[in-house]
Ligand binder design. Structure first.
Ligand SMILES: [Zn+2]
Length: 742
């Protein structure tokens, strides 16, 4: 996944066509979908101090409704509600009053959820991540004699981290000691705050050379200060050994053979995973016993002296938190690809060689660079890292200049049953990983998933590319993958309403890029992307910038096209019906109208003809009086848009299994396995499906066909009744019964 890539879900090679939807590597504050009503009257308190106590009290002991009666932020409420539902321990000191003037004030609220499971890196990172949408600054105001809590003030308001010079003493099996010298800007009189691992033990903190009092609670490091445009902050701290590393150490009493400080552990100060204000020029110097190799996730050099390896990394352009990953068994290989250095950190048992990785990277850069420019310009370094901390995983995550894999990589891509391309996904993150703001995940995950389709086309042809979009569409609307994940984002989530690493960003998000390329044409789209990529990491880099860059390239405002895809929970429900000498094209989704330049296919007495209609409202009319008798009209026949489909056919799935007692059909288009009906040796499932491409796998006597066998059958015996898996293409033969449409 991307800059803050740390959140990339595991890529699972389940052939159900939903490879990018396994469990997240690290769960970062899973949150429910309820949207609280913030319009209700808010309770207050007579003094600021009593408001500060009331907030903590309602958080720690109250029910969700009691908390909501004093607290309004929707994302913060989700954190509290999820903790209350799961009965997770909630802890909070009274909020701290950090600024007042007359009838207004700023409070710092730093609660913790859970905790107590450990004192090390992982649990401290989990604590910081869990409350990151809740812990922070809030406005308060006195109205009619009562103090009430107002909106959350982003902790990066006017504040910046512009540079970090980091020294790390790493000794696996022992605490990690860190000295970080930061160039910062402090934007507000309420002091400086940044998120940090909640278990960091800070021994010293100085601002412009003077020691200052500070607090670390709720994953937020804070100290009082006046606003100042430039300041030097030095923090010395230790973080206890990672629980992950200590539990899977092969030598029970010895130091672990491998380990990691991942960016999501929050081991360095940062504002948030979608802030644009903490991209910093970074230098890092790490010492570690010479038996280990180590990657800093940025371009690096190293030397060994007196049994100590010293690795020095330096970012080429502003970057987000680093990851440090180390392993005793790595072989490190460095070669040159085009204008950059490629370095691999992999164990001898890793499934792919340095050279095979280099060749796919070369192919990807040759395809993407001419279209979209250099990634994160000027990019001169790419690493591939096998992190054995990620057990059982494939290529899962992008961290700065490093593509990170788990210890169980078996494929780079899979064009048939997936279809997907996990490795190129992680490499493609380089182009948009510095995106920021509330749609950062759309710009990161949507982009990288879109690039998978480009690479699959390059490697396997246009049908493989189209199959990606069919797979993503099917998963968007519903069904279930083998990990038990229920798709079905329609009507439940929106990209801007669900800003965290929700899977919707991979699905609807990737479609936005795909549709933009179609609507604008590749040359305009490419020009817009090149501009967007070129300013990555320098200043704001969110969806507004993408819209501005695309609009400039297109010569008109593309905002009306893009915005509904970001704000709405429903995709267009477009349809066309023949009424006399007209075809009426409608969009009837329950939310706002989309701006859609559609093709409509007319079936006439003289044959099939295409007409264009640019629908912006609820309905538009095409005059077809010149086209003879029109019998049917079908919208978007080439599937250029993520819209509901009203045409399809009855589909029949057949398996020959004479010995079986029970046979069920599974697939990403099915929410539940469907029981097949027996007729002699044959088992059959019949149902209506919208036009599209469907991947299915049989489950026989309760056992789902293993991925490798399913893939082999699907490739070697397409359509054969003996095959345990396959692909079925459904054509738009008839208008579907209403309940079978999607
Ligand atoms: Zn990704």
């Amino acid at each position: 996944m991307h800059r803050r890539i740390r959140l990339t879900p595991l890529v699972i090679w389940f052939v159900l066509g939903v490879p990018i939807i396994g469990a997240p590597v690290r769960t970062v504050a899973p949150q429910s979908l309820s949207t609280p009503d913030s319009s209700r009257a808010i309770a207050g308190a007579p003094t600021l101090d009593s408001l500060a106590r009331l907030l903590a009290e309602r958080f720690t002991t109250g029910a969700a409704a009691a908390f909501d009666s004093v607290y309004t932020d929707p994302l913060g409420r989700r954190v509290m509600h999820a903790a209350a539902e799961r009965k997770t321990q909630r802890v909070s000191e009274p909020a701290r009053v950090v600024w007042t003037r007359g009838n207004t004030a700023v409070l710092l609220f730093t609660p913790t959820v859970g905790g107590g499971q450990g004192r090390g890196l992982s649990s401290g990172g989990d604590e910081t991540n869990t409350v990151r949408r809740l812990s922070g600054f809030y406005e308060a105001a006195r109205i009619d004699g009562e103090w009430r809590l107002g909106r959350q003030v982003p902790i990066d308001s006017g504040s910046f981290i512009r540079a970090q010079r980091i020294h790390v003493a790493l000794d696996p099996g022992h605490d990690t000691h860190i000295v970080d010298t930061l160039d910062i800007a402090i934007g507000a009189p309420s002091g400086f705050a940044a998120r940090l691992n909640n278990h960091a033990q800070i021994t010293r903190l100085s601002l412009d050379g003077r020691d200052v009092p500070h607090q670390l609670a709720g994953g937020v490091l804070w100290f009082a200060s006046t606003a100042r445009p430039r300041a030097r902050l030095v923090i010395e701290y230790a973080i206890a050994e990672d629980e992950r590393a200590s539990t899977d150490s092969t030598a029970a009493n010895g130091p672990p053979a491998y380990g990691a400080l991942e960016n999501t552990d929050g081991w360095l100060p940062f504002f948030g995973y979608d802030s644009g204000n903490d991209f910093a020029q970074i230098t890092v110097t790490v010492t570690i016993p010479a038996a280990y190799r180590l990657t800093t996730s940025i371009p690096q050099t190293e030397h060994v002296a007196n049994g100590i390896r010293t690795v020095r990394g330096e970012s080429i352009h502003p970057q987000f938190i680093l990851s440090l990953i180390y392993d005793k068994d790595w072989r490190v290989t460095t070669t040159t690809i085009g204008n950059f250095r490629f370095e691999s950190f992999i164990t001898p048992t890793f499934h792919f060689t340095h050279d095979s990785l280099a060749s796919i990277i070369t192919r990807e850069y040759r395809l993407l660079t001419p279209r979209f420019g250099d990634p994160q310009p000027p990019s001169r370094y790419l690493a591939v890292v096998e992190s054995r901390v990620l057990k059982g995983a494939g290529f899962t995550v992008r961290m700065n200049n490093a593509v990170v894999a788990g210890d169980n990589v078996t494929r780079l891509d899979e064009p048939t049953l997936g279809p997907s391309a996990a490795f190129v996904h992680e490499v493609a993150h380089g182009w948009t990983m510095d995106a920021s703001g509330p749609a950062a995940n759309f710009l990161q995950e949507g982009w990288a998933t879109y690039c998978e389709s480009l690479l699959l086309r390059e490697l396997y042809g246009p049908a493989a590319e189209q199959a990606v979009w069919e797979r993503i569409r099917t998963s968007y609307f519903g069904g279930q993958d083998r990990a038990g994940f229920q798709g079905g984002f329609e009507g439940r989530q929106s990209l801007l309403g669900d800003p965290d690493n929700g899977r919707i960003h991979y699905y609807k998000g990737s479609w936005i890029f795909h549709m933009l390329e179609h609507v604008l044409g590749a040359s305009v789209f490419d020009r817009g992307m090149r501009t967007f990529v070129a300013h990555a990491g320098y200043g704001p880099n969110g969806y507004q910038q993408l819209i501005a860059d695309m609009s400039l390239a297109a010569g008109h405002d593309v905002g009306p096209f893009i915005m509904p895809w970001l704000t709405e929970k429903y995709v267009p429900d477009v349809d066309a019906r023949v009424e006399g000498r007209s075809v009426i094209v409608t969009q009837s989704q329950p939310t706002r109208s989309y701006d859609l330049p559609l093709d409509v296919e007319l079936h006439t007495s003289a044959g099939v003809v295409r007409r264009s209609v640019h629908i912006t409202g609820r309905a538009d009319t095409i005059d077809v009086s010149a086209s003879g008798t029109v019998s049917d009209a079908r919208v978007d026949p080439d599937h250029h848009f993520l819209v509901r489909r009203h045409w399809g056919d009855s589909a029949r799935f057949v398996l020959r299994a004479p010995e079986a007692k029970k046979v069920e059909l599974t697939g990403n288009f099915l929410a539940q396995p469907l029981a097949a009906t027996r007729d002699g040796d044959l088992w059959t499932v019949s149902l209506f499906l919208p036009e599209g491409r469907y991947v299915y796998i049989w489950r026989v006597d309760g056992t789902t066909t293993p991925d490798e066998l399913a893939l082999r059958d699907a490739e070697r015996m397409p359509g054969n009744v003996e095959a345990r898996a396959g692909v079925l293409v459904v054509r738009p033969v008839r208008r579907l019964p209403e309940h079978d449409q999607h």
